[in-house]
Design a binder for this molecule. Structure first.
Ligand code: UDP
Length: 416
């Protein structure tokens, strides 16, 4: 059997205060026909990164609706995850060599996982490329029953996908009954499927990462990490990945510092088991820091967990997500939900979340990132008005309840 991810219990009724009692009632009614349905989500990692973040809330909420939902992760090897990270980069537009050997190693490992799958399910949702070929390799196993509906959820921006790598994956993806995307623009025109759905991700307003923190507690946490809560703070939370442009954030911070000498920067990024590039990028970012004690380079290795991320995002005067490519960028909604203005790279799903000049800024360069940071640091009233408008944007569009409703709709349609 694949590894099952242990989950906390969550109760949909608790979301009535933030999402509205009407929404909760509507979701319950829509989910009624799915009571007792067996749903399996499969991805590559139980922690680190947005997909793990989403499933940790989504699956417990499905359970609260009387659905038998499970989350399982595939197992890999350093070699396999190095290849799938290359695939991830290629699908985001990087040039890589996609050799026959890499394809063989990828398929062999997915086959190992397909053979480990057990149980019977009404719906199986496969997340991202790592397990994308599992349906093709599951053959006649019990998980692939005659009525099982298979869905591929793509969290990546494929607008500039490397054609060779995408053409390798396309036939595997097309075997699914539906695919789900963050933005319609991400769907390659070559993809031929009957059901292609848009459903952007979301944040859980009640998770430890996002719930309200009393100010003294928040200040105490940031102080423990050497950050001075009295001084201006910029913050980017993300995996150590070149697409998140941590070096660009340091360059922007340096420009800000010329104008605002006491500014500080926190870069917090967890190391995910399916992301071997993380350790190398960490070294590069550490070198770029050049020993500057106002740049706080942190990760789960310094026990930065959800509470700390919550505190850093709340303590920040400006939240940054300067990605060069981005599927969605949960950290943007996380920042906005905390009433902070967010400066984001003009990339993928960030453009759904930031309305330029209203709740933050979309930027294309280090200079623009620095210029808007200075402007917001010098104008706290404008910054907090932007943050408030961002919070309402997230409330309407990017909370777990909205995403749950999208999935329930899709499951019902596929049953129908
Ligand atoms: N995250 C975290 N700790 C870290 C770095 C990231 O908890 O040190 C979380 C972050 O708060 C967000 C998720 O990981 O919830 C990252 O999701 P996002 O969509 O921003 O990017 P991805 O990693 O999926 O590309």
């Amino acid at each position: 059997m694949l590894e099952r991810v242990p989950l906390l219990e969550k109760c949909l009724a608790d979301y009535a205060d933030v999402a509205g009692a009407d929404t909760i009632g509507r979701i319950r009614a829509a989910a009624e026909p799915l009571r007792g349905a067996r749903i399996l989500h499969v991805n590559a990692t139980a922690y680190g990164g947005g997909v793990a973040e989403l499933l940790a809330t989504h699956v417990p909420l499905l359970r609260d609706l009387g659905i038998e939902a499970e989350w399982q992760v595939i197992h890999g090897s350093d070699e396999f995850f190095a290849i799938t990270k290359n695939v991830h980069n290629a699908l985001q537009g990087a040039a890589i060599e996609w050799t026959a050997d890499m394809q063989r190693i990828y398929l062999e490992k997915v086959l190992d996982n397909a053979l480990l799958m057990e149980g019977e399910f009404d719906y199986v949702v496969i997340h991202d490329p790592q397990p994308a070929a599992i349906l093709a390799l599951a053959g006649a196993s019990s998980v692939n029953g005659p009525n099982t509906k298979w869905i591929w959820r793509c969290h990546i921006d494929l607008t500039a996908a490397n054609p060779e790598v995408w053409e390798f994956f396309r036939p595997y993806v097309e075997q699914h009954d539906a695919s789900v995307w963050t933005m319609p623009e991400f769907v390659p025109s070559s993809l031929s499927m009957d059901r292609i759905v848009q459903a952007p991700p979301c944040i859980d307003p009640l998770s430890v990462k996002n719930l309200d923190l009393p100010e003294p507690f928040m200040r105490e946490i940031v102080k423990q990490y050497g950050i001075d809560p009295e001084r201006p703070l910029l913050c980017q939370v993300s995996r150590y990945d070149p697409w998140k442009d941590p070096i660009g954030v340091i360059e922007a911070y340096r420009l800000v510092k010329q104008d605002i000498p006491d500014v500080q920067l926190v870069l917090a990024g967890s190391m995910a088991t399916d992301d071997p590039e993380g350790f190398q990028v960490w070294e590069e970012v550490d070198a770029a820091r050049e020993g500057d004690r106002d740049i706080h380079l942190l990760s789960n290795i310094q026990q930065v967990g959800n509470v700390q991320i919550n505190a850093f995002q709340r303590a920040a005067d400006v939240v940054i997500q300067k990605s060069l490519r981005e599927g969605f960028g949960l950290t943007v909604s996380e920042g906005l939900w905390k009433g902070r203005p967010v400066i984001g790279g003009r990339a993928g799903g960030i453009t759904l979340q930031i309305h330029d000049g209203e709740n933050g800024y979309l930027v294309d360069t280090v200079e623009q990132c620095a210029q808007h940071s200075v402007e917001l640091l010098k104008n706290p009233e404008r910054a907090s008005a932007m943050g408030e408008s961002g919070k309402e944007h997230v409330r309407k569009n990017f909370l777990s309840t909205r995403e749950l409703e999208d999935w329930i709709t899709l499951f019902n349609q596929l049953a129908g």
